[in-house]
Ligand binder design. Structure first.
Ligand code: SF4
Length: 439
């Protein structure tokens, strides 16, 4: 799950009623060496990789967060972002809560400390209606592993099963199914929007803590965020990305000699584009896999350096060619400009940029670190201005209709508006935020 966050990593295990905790800033491989892993004994555990969408990059914000409540110890890992965290935080501080970090998730533990009930599941159910926004939670208490999904289903959360070493059923909960593949666990199902599911000594239990709200699964999980080898929201990310590419070719095909991806996230869409258009697919840019992903790193200075270290164009593929280059998204435009320049420096005759998602026109408030509107090039400039800025011969984005058609919604002008009501959030592309937003 390293691709979902690279700022901090943590694991909390449960051993004979006690939590064993290890968290640190950095990548999983840096945070967890042999001694830490040996120390994390127990029969249950939860883990988290963080990248900051609320709160800065400090150890106090690393997850899983832990607390010692009157009911016992609790650890919490959160995927998503609470849109009313600032209001909750202020209310809690007025009631005397003392916060350790600056992130939204800590509010949940403070709310739980005030919630009455005979057990953690009851207390959690009591506080959930106060939370607005995106949350897929896993809690580890001294008695149970508890998984919760918000009623909109913004972020994925899935249940898997495997046999443990004694031949008994063991359960696994994760954001993406690629984790199950690694563990040898079988995909069982999604945790439903509005569901609370818990696993204890008596087995697995489930309830709806809320009616399903306006279903708003994050379409950006399929565009960029999830790994292509995962099943997310019940469908293959790889197949969705290929379909984005096919729709892009249908909508904005251009005469060309070669179609190349921006590696790695543009690869499936470029394969789809090539299959639909008949233009041969090649790896025209080779990626150095030993540096981090461009989008996910928090500082512009690191990002600037990143593109140069990361991407190397192949003259043998590009020289004298009319090149279609496919990327998953275009956010600030600075990376795309550098890529177009790299391709031209390798001798390309024409460079046609194709983006396998619609223009990013707004920030995300639900757990993806898209920049502020002022930094989103498509929020501030016309298509022609962006084309000029990135120095491409032509530029085209996937339409909203194409996006929804590719993830299985009905296609056709206006059809997505009706269908998306029951399915996907695409607010960063169309400005239609599915929840109230708070200061
Ligand atoms: S605003 Fe964009 S990134 Fe955020 S949840 Fe909606 S689709 Fe996903």
């Amino acid at each position: 799950m390293q691709h979902r966050g690279q700022e901090s990593a943590g694991i909390v295990s449960l051993n004979e009623g006690q939590h064993i905790i290890h968290r640190g800033l950095g990548l999983v491989a840096d945070v967890f060496k042999e001694p830490e892993l040996n120390r994390l004994q127990g029969r249950s555990s939860i883990g988290h990789n963080r990248y900051s969408t609320a709160g800065d990059n400090q150890l106090a914000n690393a997850q899983p967060m832990t607390a010692s409540l009157i009911k016992g110890p609790v650890a919490l890992a959160h995927n998503g972002n609470l849109v009313n965290a600032n209001i909750l935080r202020k209310q809690l501080q007025e009631q005397g809560s003392i916060f350790q970090g600056t992130n939204d998730t800590e509010c949940v533990l403070h709310l739980m400390s005030h919630a009455h009930g005979p057990d953690f599941v009851t207390a959690i159910k009591k506080i959930l209606p106060q939370l607005e926004g995106a949350f897929s939670f896993v809690f580890l208490t001294d008695k149970a592993l508890i998984a919760v999904r918000d009623r909109h289903g913004f972020r994925p959360l899935i249940l898997g099963k495997k046999k443990n070493d004694n031949g008994q059923d063991a359960y696994v909960v994760a954001s993406e199914s690629c984790a199950f593949d690694l563990l040898g666990a079988q995909y069982v199902r999604e945790i439903n929007p509005g569901e609370i599911l818990w696993i204890d000594d008596q087995g697995m239990h489930s309830e709806q803590w809320a009616q399903v709200g306006k279903l708003s699964r994050c379409v950006f999980e399929h565009v960029y965020f999830s790994r292509p080898d995962s099943i997310v929201f019940g469908q293959s990310v790889y197949e969705s990305r290929k379909a984005f590419g096919r729709w892009l070719a249908k909508e904005s095909g251009v005469p060309a000699d070669v179609v190349i991806p921006v590696p790695d996230s543009g690869v499936p869409a470029a394969i789809g584009y090539s299959a639909e258009s008949g233009v041969p697919f090649e790896f025209g840019i080779i990626r150095n896999h030993y540096v981090g992903r461009t989008f996910i790193q928090p500082h512009q200075s690191v990002r600037n350096l990143g593109v140069k270290i990361k991407l190397n164009p192949q003259t043998a593929v590009l020289s004298g060619k009319r090149v279609v280059v496919v990327d998953d998204s275009l956010v600030r435009g600075t990376t795309s400009q550098k890529i177009v320049r790299l391709i031209r420096q390798a001798g390309a005759k024409e460079v046609h940029m194709r983006i396998a998602s619609p223009p990013t026109i707004g920030p995300c408030f639900y757990g993806v670190d898209t920049p502020q509107k002022s930094q989103l090039i498509a929020a501030n400039q016309s298509l022609e201005q962006i084309r000029t800025f990135i120095e491409a011969d032509t530029l085209a984005y996937l339409s909203l209709e194409g996006l929804f058609a590719a993830v299985g919604e009905k296609s056709g002008a206006g059809a997505h508006q009706k269908n998306r009501q029951n399915s996907f959030c695409a607010a960063c592309f169309d400005g239609d935020y599915p929840t109230p937003l708070f200061e």
